[in-house]
Design a protein around this ligand. Sequence first.
Ligand SMILES: [Zn+2]
Length: 96
Amino acid sequence: MPRRKSKAREAVGVGRPVRVVGYQRVDTWGGEEWVVRGVQAGGSTKEYRCPGCDHEVAIGVAHVVVWRADRPEGVAARRHWHTPCWRRRDVAQRRF
Ligand SMILES: [Zn+2]
């Protein structure tokens, strides 16, 4: 049954870690819009300081890069956040 076979082959990919090229979305924080871009594990080659917890984002850890959506220069001021810290940003103190 060739049809069933091809279906099974498709199913193999489900639930496996998929190489994500990267996602981007816009979140709101403090009444402003922020572009949030995901960085996949292994996608970073240096450490960053997370503004949410003031700790380092270790090399190779999946995290998010965030910048102001309404500022043309926002990308230059982008900050690297731990993914859970960005989710908890409403309780984080804004340091920038
Ligand atoms: Zn953090």
